[in-house]
Structures are given as structure tokens and as C-alpha cells.
Ligand binder design. Structure first.
Ligand code: AMP
Length: 132
């Protein structure tokens, strides 16, 4: 069965998309640890990030770098943190989290933001991404 992230890429499940190209897709985490928390995935469905072929792995990290630049421009933060967990969804993904402090990378502390706020954040990041 297709992963939930493959279903997002295929448009079967909605997402707050911030960026996409032919191989990669970025969208807001539905339960963000900070506003602007973004997931970056390969469209190819592979569970464990370190099982990706080298070209896809390198492409994913370069795409995430560009998304991080867009997040930094769109969301007030000192830096954008990067993490890989992957215990919940079996489709490789990188977490990008705008940070003011180290505690902002606490993945045990998820929140839920109103849809209007999620939409506004996604549009702001997408707008910055389009300028890069
Ligand atoms: P993990 O696999 O442990 O890295 O965590 C998966 C992440 O995906 C969690 O932060 C979830 O909040 C997030 N997530 C799960 N389902 C969705 C979805 N439909 N849209 C956006 N984010 C999701």
C-alpha cells in the first residue's frame, strides 16, 4: 500500500505544499513542533533515508537546503534546524524546523495550528522558494 506521503504527492490527501520539483516535494508538518516545521521527501517511496540511492539522497539534501533558505526568509528564526526521525511514517523525510533556541527541536512537543495560519505560512515559504 502507498505511504501517506506518496498519497500526498499524488494529490489523494491534501497538504500545505511549499515546494516541488520532478523528484522532491516539501510540505508543512501537520503537527508542527514550531510554526513553519516542514517535511522534505523524495517522491520515490523508500522507507529508510539511508537506503536511498546516492543520487536521490544527495538531491534530497540539496532540495532541503533550498527549502531551508526559503523558510529562513519567510519565518522569524535564528536558524533552521534539520533532523531525520522516520519512526512514524515509513517514507524517507527530512524535518526542517525554524529555531530560536535548542528546545525548539523538541519532537515530543507537537502543536496544532489553525488552517488559516498553516495556509499563510505555506504561502510565505512558497513565495520565498519561488524567488530562489
Ligand atoms: P517521523 O516519521 O517520526 O519522522 O514523523 C512523521 C511526521 O510526519 C510527524 O511529525 C507527523 O506530524 C508528520 N505527518 C504525519 N502525517 C502527516 C500528514 N498527512 N501531513 C503532514 N505531516 C504529517
Amino acid at each position: 500500500m502507498a505511504s501517506i506521503f506518496t498519497r500526498i504527492v499524488n494529490g489523494e490527501i491534501p497538504s500545505y505544499k511549499v515546494a516541488e520539483d520532478d523528484r522532491f516535494y516539501a510540505f508543512l508538518d501537520i503537527n508542527p513542533v514550531q510554526p513553519g516545521h516542514t517535511l522534505v521527501i523524495p517522491k520515490q517511496e523508500v522507507d529508510y533515508i539511508f537506503d536511498l540511492d546516492n543520487d536521490t539522497y544527495a538531491g534530497l539534501t540539496l532540495f532541503a537546503k533550498k527549502v531551508a533558505e526559503a523558510i529562513k526568509a519567510a519565518v522569524t528564526c535564528r536558524k533552521v534546524g534539520m533532523a531525520v526521525i522516520g519512526l512514524e511514517v515509513p517514507h524517507a523525510h527530512i524535518h526542517l524546523v525554524p529555531m530560536q533556541a535548542e528546545k525548539d527541536m523538541d519532537f515530543a512537543r507537537h502543536a496544532e495550528l489553525p488552517a488559516s495560519e498553516m495556509t499563510a505560512i505555506a504561502e510565505a515559504i512558497a513565495g520565498q522558494f519561488a524567488k530562489l
